[in-house]
Design a protein around this ligand. Sequence first.
Ligand SMILES: NC(=O)c1ccc[n+]([C@@H]2O[C@H](COP(=O)([O-])OP(=O)(O)OC[C@H]3O[C@@H](n4cnc5c(N)ncnc54)[C@H](OP(=O)(O)O)[C@@H]3O)[C@@H](O)[C@H]2O)c1
Length: 244
Amino acid sequence: METRNIVLITGVSRKEGLGYETARQLAEQGYKVIITARDYQKATQLAAIMQGDQLDIVPMELDINNADSIAKCVQQVTAQFGHLDVLINNAGAMTDLTSTIATADLGVVKSCFDSNVFGPWQTTQAFLPLLRKSAQPRIVNVTSGMGSYDDPDFGLNHFPGVLSTYALAKLTFNALTVKVAKELKDKKILVNAVCPGFTATYEGLKEQGARPVEESAKSIVWAATLPANGPTGGFFRDGKPLPW
Ligand SMILES: NC(=O)c1ccc[n+]([C@@H]2O[C@H](COP(=O)([O-])OP(=O)(O)OC[C@H]3O[C@@H](n4cnc5c(N)ncnc54)[C@H](OP(=O)(O)O)[C@@H]3O)[C@@H](O)[C@H]2O)c1
């Protein structure tokens, strides 16, 4: 069986995305990284780029909103590696950039909660047996300052109007992190939420002040590589606690 530390990252379908850069940084530190996407071809193409740089990357298919897809991925990881050291719940979606509480289509709200809450929730449930077989298991939930009350730029008390649906979903994901961390504390599984910060993963965001993906991914890597006495149930950016 594989002796290297094994990480699985959800939502790695774009070279510009946080998932890809997180995979690269962890693989450069010597981790074996399973990158997953709901479109297997995309994961395979991205894996090939990093494998070309001699990084230990394995592509797999995983749709976090499809129980069969999750079960199939768990089976694959079980068969190939027998355990999992780090689960990074990175997949998520802004299903509607413009909706306000007054105007939101509740069908769209539900799909936003599917991507940002129920998807990572069922993914976590499914991978827990494999994480329990790790000597130092970690779960990293990629949330957002939008899902806090007090982030000075994007928090619920400060950011006006739009993106309310996404903010409420990420707020719930932050809360889910706290509850899961408490439940798993005795099992030595460290579970933390990370806001990567406003990041230039799409065209035009850099011009709006977003920071480079290389810088933001370090926050996720930090939580994925915490020592045994590291925090659990916290919310962090750049390795520092955030208010929420
Ligand atoms: N960029 C920022 O400023 C920022 C700030 C705070 C937090 N975040 C969070 O960081 C994470 C990564 O975002 P990003 O900026 O790097 O954008 P991104 O590349 O679009 O990442 C989101 C990923 O989630 C995947 N996804 C959505 N639904 C899925 C499903 N049902 N199953 C599997 N994968 C699914 C997408 O895959 P498809 O290509 O298949 O849709 C995509 O690969 C997200 O959780 C986001 O909310 C980003």
